[in-house]
Write a protein that binds this ligand. Sequence first.
Ligand code: SAM
Ligand code: SF4
Length: 362
Amino acid sequence: MHKTIAQILQQEEFSKKDLISLLSADNTETELIFKKAAEVKSAYVGNSTYFRGLIELSNICTKNCFYCGIRRGNKKVERYTVPDDEVIQAAKYALDRHWGSVVIQSGERQDKEFTDRIEHLLKEISGLTGEKPGITLSLGEQKPEVYERWLAAGATRYLVRIETSNRDLFYKIHPKDGLHDFDKRIRALYDLQKAGYMTGTGVMIGLPFQTTEDLADDLIFMKELDIDMCGMGPYIEHEDTPLYEYKDLLLPLEERYRLTLKMIAILRIYMKDVNIASATALQAINPDGREEGIRVGANVIMPNITPVKYHASYNLYKGKPQIVPETDEYINNLERQIAMAGDVVGYGDKGDPKHFAKRNKK
Ligand code: SAM
Ligand code: SF4
């Protein structure tokens, strides 16, 4: 029997077929999904949006992912590392504004100089306020002992996007060498959970060769892994990357945008109490994109607090450097838009994922 979207939304559990139907919903039906996601969000995590100050620490990367503008092989990139004092200053800006959390993101490096430096920065940032802040890391795959050291130094959450849960697609968007390994990427997520991190993953939406079934599998992957946080966003092509060759296969940007909002809403309904970030890449397509993400189920926004002089060099995809610098005025405006989306900013609260507390009680 063919089920309508309204019927599927009344269920407590969803089969893969149900997820595919939700992902394939037309515009009118999608509004039902968005409405349900807003209800679930309100009931399970409340109507606070948490700000995390995002510091794009460095664009130096040892990897060569086919989609990423700062991949090792892109010789057009001017490489930078934000010096310690500027990192601390940026973190202080966020914590002084009572955001409660920062995110440190960077190209992947596993050398000792890098891992020691992160440990040092974590200790410095942890000591900035009386109460320990929430610190999320997005620094790629590391050895288990490195995760442990960073946790001891003050990190609490870690984000490693699987990028796609389809092994074949993973190898279409990454070089097939020891450095880019699907199983190692999954291993990293287990290692992080084992170490005691609030663990996040996510995917890119609208990749060339990606199907609706792949996206349904991505949602199932996240649920099976019992993740605490998710950051997923539209794939946006970058002309100096190998994947650009397939640009003609891509959905129009506007459709990738809509599909991302749908993925956010469906994940909210499907996993209920996880934290979901409204990705910066949504904003690159639509200036109000992150606020729309909040309206359909996301509860985290990561304003970029990296000093502006580095922004253009952390150019992962087309359109990113054009994003307006996130000044005080911009943040005030963001706050107003969040209110319009029905939320309040969760100032003075780290906003740890409710799912993590529950997962640990199991
Ligand atoms: N190097 C770390 C890693 O890969 O996990 C963290 C930084 S990396 C720049 C963060 C994320 O950017 C990746 O997980 C990927 O999903 C996203 N990204 C890279 N290139 C992108 C693109 N062209 N479009 C959308 N997202 C992209
Ligand atoms: Fe490096 Fe991350 Fe970009 Fe891959 S996605 S090239 S690991 S910064």
